[in-house]
Structure formats: C-alpha cells, structure tokens
Design a protein around this ligand. Structure first.
Ligand code: ADP
Ligand code: GLC
Length: 487
C-alpha cells in the first residue's frame, strides 16, 4: 500500500513535541512491513535539510484575495521513506513553528490550509497514495478538502483517509470569515460539519470527514468521548465511535536506549547498570549541582510547559516536597506562567530544585539517563513518550493515571516484585505528594528498587506492533472507500 503522511512536524527535520517523534518513526516501521511511505512536512526556517532538491517548481494555491505559489523540495529517501517539504517562505521561514511567546501566528489558518492543499496537489505530480494519514489540526483540512472541493477529482476517487488525534486540546479555531478566505464553501459552517460555537474548527472537520479516526492510546480514545476530556468535541466522536481506535505510540529505541545513546556520559544496560551512576554525576554537574549527594534520589522532568502537563500540582506541594530527601531537575519551555512558576520555586528552594528553561535534546537524553525517577503528573496525556523512554533507561516513572500514562505504567507492588512505576488518580496535590513519597520510600530499599528498574527496562514498546495496528485501520479505511455506503 502507498501511504502518505501529512503532519506539521517530524524528526529529524523539525520538532516541538511528541508528534515529531511519531512522524519520524512510524513511517520506517510501515516500510519494514513492506509498504511504500511518503511524508509531507512544511519547510520551516528550522527544518534541518542537508541536500534538498526542488521536485515541484510551482503549485498554485488559490486564496480569496490572491494566488500563492509554493514549491516542493525533497531530501530523497531516508531509511526507505520519501520526505517532501512544502516550501513557502512567507509562511514558514519564521522564528518559530506555530507562534511566539506572544501567541499563535495570526495567519495559522492560511499557513496550514496552504500546506494541506499543497500536499494534495503535490501528490498529483509525485504519486497519489492509496491513503492519506493526517495528524492533528494542521493537516485536518486534507480529509475535508478530499470530500468537498476535491470530491469530483478523479485522481482521488478511491483515496482513503485516516486521521490521528495527538491532542484534543489544540483544535485550530478561527473566525467564520476564514472559510471564504480559504475558498472553502459556506455549507461547511454548520453544527454537523466545521462550525463550533460560532467559529471554524479544523479538527472537527477532520473528525467529521476522515474515514477512520485514531488516537494515541486506548485509554485516551475512551476519555475523549467524555465531556471531561473531549474539549467540546466528545459528542462528535461518540457519533463516530465505530470508527475510533486507540493505538499506542511506539518508541524509536535506536534514539532512546541507554545502550546506544550518543548524548549520555556512559552507556549502560540492565545487566550492567554501572554507567547510570556516571550519568547521574554528569547530569548533576550540568545543572550546577556537582556538590549534591549522589545517593539522594534525583527526580527529572522534561516537558513542554503547558497546563496539560499538571505542573500546578507541583507548586501546591513544593514546600512539603522540599522537606524530603530528594532533588528535582526540570527542563522545559513554553507557557510563560509555568516558566515563572518554576523560576520562583527554584529561588525559594535552591537546594531542591534546579531549572533549565530551554529546548535541549541532548539534555533531555541526559535527564532520562541520569535520574532515578521521572515525573509526569499530567492533567491529561494522550500518550506521552517520556515515561516510555524513562522505562528503558531504568528511570522509574511517577505518573497520573490518565491516557497513555495509565496504559503504559503498571503500579509497583513490593510484595510481588511486579510493576514498573507509581501512579495516582485524583488530580490534586495531596495525591501527587503521597505518590512521590511512596516512590521515595521504595527507593530506600535498593535491592527491590533494582527489580523495579529492570522490570521497566525489559518492557518493549517498539513500533512494530503499533504499525501493524495502523495497517489494520488503513485496510478498513480503504475497504470503506472502495465500497462506500450511502449516508
Ligand atoms: P508532548 O508531545 O505533549 O509534548 P510527549 O511526551 O509525547 O509530549 O513528547 C515530548 C517530546 O518532546 C519528547 O521527545 C521530549 O523529550 C521532547 N521535549 C519536550 N520538551 C523538551 C525540551 N524542553 N527539551 C528537549 N526535548 C523536549
Ligand atoms: C501530543 C500529546 C502526547 C503524545 C504526542 C505524540 O503532543 O500531548 O501525549 O505522546 O502528541 O502522539
């Protein structure tokens, strides 16, 4: 099958979060199963290209006020996958991918509408796939366009679509006059299509028009069908429940394992963990804590700073957590509110919490390797990758039992010696503090702690199994497209 992925970021070319990890790794796993895969990404200023060549010189994208002309570049074949980049400097040659700390770019609707349309046009030249697999609101217009403006286009007659929700919290909401600006028909502006509380909702469009919908863990696929987690779209999803599946993200263990990691001070394995102590020393030094007692448990955080990630709970408990024997190292950037919160906590408890406000991939790897525990108290978490990376590094996850965090971490039971981490359910500071204290207590028994570490290290979340599940969904979507039922 020829599958074309369209997304707004992908490793190793561009990344702000886990979506990029998925878009970088899933295609290779699909190729390994014998499929042909093309990946379409925007060409940002940040996109790391080495020998890019233009393969399509000019594609015309109509907007209400003017025509825009973009091109397509390629880097050729990367591990069997063809990567293509939609090039339109006025939209993508900018300081950041989606916006600055001051907010999202005001023309994001146009930027990603141009991207989506350009992907469709580019495939007409570079090869129309059997199926488009689109990700998040930035490529959500592809399924919409295919069933509206492109519905009569013979090139796409039997092309199926699968749409993956990586995060219901980001929907692509724009004012109604966005529709005519993008030359989209007004009849999309109804409650059953893209209208959402008087705005145009790109994500909703995909949830209505895609043949099949997936999200990135089983638990999250159920959660988003409830009002608590659905961000107002739970009803739309319940209507489509028969076509919604949860497929857990895999991990690229070539990038994320202590045996191979090129960013860490010493490599180690479940059989020989001695390198992990060196990684801890190196990490403490990187955070200016070289004098700290290496025997004290070290807890790590690597994250986008966003309300989703549950950091308000840390602020609630920090004065009491500071009384415990532990140190917390934090790497993150994003929402100013949380950057300031962590800076304040660092000032208040300089012996207990060390912060780097940055986006730093090498340091993210060092934290995975050098910490004893990894903290993710998320309010919601579609999948979450860092807790899965942590398992492989013998860094024990402490998580809130939501979405993918709940699906990937089993609670530690010292009596049976089973389990991989610590979980709490209620979203409040007390529950978080109690769970961290349990973990700190368990850490004191180093013999059973080793069992706990090795339990996690032996878990396998490689892509192969999840890629097979995607293929099953792709096949269902194609079957549906080739024998459409009247709706
Ligand atoms: P999300 O996609 O919601 O941000 P995930 O856990 O799925 O959460 O993925 C986050 C990815 O981004 C991981 O690969 C993580 O290492 C990386 N990451 C997040 N913040 C930073 C940062 N400040 N520096 C380096 N890497 C980061
Ligand atoms: C989103 C989610 C995260 C998930 C990632 C990749 O950004 O917040 O939980 O792991 O996408 O699917």
């Amino acid at each position: 099958m020829h599958i074309a992925l369209a997304a707004s970021e992908g490793v190793p070319f561009s990344k702000t979060g886990g979506l990029a990890d998925v878009v970088g790794a899933l295609p290779r796993a699909l190729v390994a199963l014998g499929h042909q895969v093309s990946v379409y990404l925007p060409r940002y200023r940040q996109t790391k290209l080495f020998g890019a060549q233009t393969v399509v010189r000019s594609i015309t994208i109509p907007f209400d006020d003017q025509y825009r002309f973009c091109s397509v570049a390629t880097e050729g074949n990367h591990s069997g996958v063809n990567f293509y980049f939609i090039d339109y400097p006025p939209f993508f040659d900018r300081e950041a991918l989606y916006g600055t700390p001051a907010g999202d770019y005001p023309d994001n609707a146009e930027r990603f509408a141009l991207f989506s349309r350009a992907v469709l046009e580019a495939t007409k030249i570079l090869g129309v796939p059997d199926l488009f697999h689109c990700h998040d609101w930035q490529s959500a217009l592809i399924p919409v366009l295919l069933r509206t403006q492109y519905a009569e286009d013979p090139a796409f007659r039997e092309v199926a679509t699968v749409f993956t929700i990586h995060n219901m919290g980001y929907q692509g909401l724009f004012p109604p006059d966005t529709l005519p600006l993008l030359t989209l028909p007004w009849d999309l502006f109804t409650m059953t299509k893209m209208e959402f509380f008087s705005q145009v909702n790109f994500l909703k469009g995909a949830l209505v028009f895609a043949d099949y919908i997936t999200t990135v863990s089983r638990k999250y696929s159920h959660e988003i069908q409830t009002s608590e987690y659905g961000f107002g779209l739970d009803g739309v999803l319940r209507n489509r429940a028969a076509t919604v599946t949860g497929i857990l993200n895999g991990v690229d263990y070539d990038e994320w394992s202590p045996q191979k990691d090129k960013f860490i001070a010493a490599r180690y394995s479940p059989e020989d963990l001695s390198g992990k102590a060196k990684c801890k020393q190196d990490l403490l030094a990187a955070f200016g804590l070289a004098g700290a007692d290496p025997k004290l448990p070290l807890i790590g955080i690597v994250s986008r700073f966003a309300a989703q990630k549950g950091f308000d709970l840390i602020s609630q408990i920090m004065d009491r957590l500071a009384r415990e024997d532990m140190t917390l190292v934090v790497l993150g950037s994003g929402d100013k509110k949380f950057e300031e919160m962590f800076l304040r906590l660092q000032k208040q408890f300089p012996q207990k919490i060390a912060l780097k406000v940055a986006y730093d991939n090498a340091l993210a790897h060092k934290i995975e390797a050098g910490c004893d525990m990894f903290l993710m108290p998320s309010r919601y978490e579609p999948c979450g990758l860092n807790q899965i990376y942590s398992l492989r590094y013998g860094t024990v996850p402490i998580v809130r039992a939501t979405g993918g965090l709940d699906d990937t971490i089993d609670p530690w039971d010292a009596r049976t010696g089973k389990g991989t981490g610590f979980k709490f359910t209620e979203y409040n500071g007390e529950a978080l503090l109690l769970t961290i204290k349990n973990a700190l207590r368990a850490f004191r028994d180093q013999t059973s702690w080793l069992t706990l570490m090795r339990n996690g290290m032996s878990r396998d979340f490689s892509w192969n199994a999840s890629a097979k599940e995607y293929i099953r969904v792709y096949e269902k979507a194609r079957q549906f497209r080739s024998t459409p039922v009247a709706v």
